[in-house]
Design a protein around this ligand. Sequence first.
Ligand code: 5RP
Length: 217
Amino acid sequence: MPQNEAKRLAAEKAIEYVEDGMIVGVGTGSTVAFFIDALGRIKHRIAGAVSSSEQSTARLRGHGIEVMELNDTGELALYVDGADECDPHKRLIKGGGAALTREKIIAEASEKFVCLIDPSKQVPILGRFPLPVEVIPMARSLVARRILALTGGQPVWRDGVVTDNGNVVLDVHNLSIIDPVAMEKELNQIPGVVSVGLFARRPADVVIVGGEPPQVL
Ligand code: 5RP
């Protein structure tokens, strides 16, 4: 099955988790774009959405869905997002779309995190996909040196990319992440790191793997 079709099928399945009157947390990326389009069809049933990126905000508004501030909504019942990799414990690498920090904030604020993937994202051990790390611009070189020393992975500056928060992204190559919780914690300690694209301390609660039929893990 084409990857995009698997993404679309996962997104359609996720609509089953949306309940009447909900404010839905919405992630970022091509899989989530399918979810937003599906949400548009049932927009009369929801109160609105909290968005993780300017990109998703524009798409939500395009469908006439109200985008709300997390500071006003408080905790959310549901967050739906994609991922770049997913291990058997529902721990994730995210941030391929550079929206990791806001995604992490909304995941933390949400009772249920439903993650949508196509089968190519399933891995036994995280790290084949380069790990995104959002960094304050002045700390870019410092953080890269510390990451190399701590992990042995090769940080590569995602040149030309500025996050919605005005920061830069380092993608760390050649990692094999045996203990994702420990690595998330360790990298978070480096001054200048805004957030790490490991979602291990707060993994997904439900993973939907797109297919015919979709698989719910
Ligand atoms: C954005 C993300 C995305 O969820 C991740 O990159 C997957 O994207 P896609 O659905 O386009 O494959 O973490 O920061």
